[in-house]
Write a new protein. Structure first.
Length: 246
């Protein structure tokens, strides 16, 4: 049986991916700092922060089979900057918010790969990182968020090389998505989550060429494809409609 670990799997895109893996026959473990709602009992849940090495080690152990193998690692945990403008932040706020967003969005993924690498190598497994359209151009967030996602874009390329030939490393880059609980930065006092932002869904829909609101389950097939695409590594799938902001 395929064994998968999904970080940030309690809600949003991470939850949709976890459920897609489950439907595909995988044994799924999630790591999230919040307990999931309505998660099937077949999913193993580890409560903890993706930046905590102890919690990550616990999640990897829970996800790894008795043969010491882990087939899939998918990192979906992340925080958002709600379009904070670098030039409008004090130096102290800039520093603290930069550290926070890179610790969660980048270090959280690097830590997961570091902890899971031995089990992934034994399984000749696959890693999928969650990027964003913000990694490719403006409009998907502020500069802090965009630069953290661009860093993940670089990690896909470099870690695909570092972990070859045993482990494949790819990424999925969703755009704005409804039905998510993407949290803001504590350093900036951003207590809202994406689902609490007024008119957010309408603005996302209006900005897509297809005039549809993407939902978490719309992105999940890209992750499922990469999980089984045994000849694909170092690739990012942009699972979003083109934006009207050209």
């Amino acid at each position: 049986m395929t064994r998968a670990l999904v970080t940030g799997g309690a809600s949003g895109i991470g939850r949709a991916v976890a459920l897609a893996y489950l439907a595909d026959g995988a044994h799924v473990t999630i790591l999230d700092r919040s307990a999931p709602e309505d998660m099937p009992t077949e999913v193993t849940v580890v409560i903890g922060d993706v930046t905590d090495p102890v919690a990550m080690a616990e999640a990897v152990t829970a996800a790894t089979g008795p043969d010491g193998e882990l087939d899939l690692l998918t990192t979906c945990a992340g925080v958002f900057d709600y379009y904070a403008r670098v030039t409008e932040l004090s130096v102290d706020k800039l520093h603290s918010s930069f550290l926070e967003i890179f610790e969660v969005n980048v270090f959280g993924s690097v830590l997961a790969i570091r902890q899971a690498a031995p089990a992934l190598r034994r399984a000749r497994g696959a890693v999928t990182l969650t990027l964003s359209t913000a990694a490719f151009g403006p409009g998907g967030g502020g500069a802090l968020y965009a630069s953290s996602k661009a860093a993940l874009r670089g990690l896909v390329t470099h870690l695909a090389t570092e972990l070859a030939p045993e482990v494949r490393v790819n990424g999925v880059a969703p755009g704005g998505t409804g039905g998510t609980h993407l949290a803001g930065l504590n350093a900036l006092g951003q207590e809202q989550t994406a689902d609490q932002v007024t008119d957010r869904d309408e603005r996302i829909r209006a900005n897509t060429l297809l005039n549809v609101l993407p939902l978490p389950e719309d992105h999940a097939p890209a992750y499922v494809y990469l999980a089984g695409a045994r000849v694909v590594t170092g690739t990012v799938i942009r699972s979003a409609s083109l934006s009207r902001r050209l």
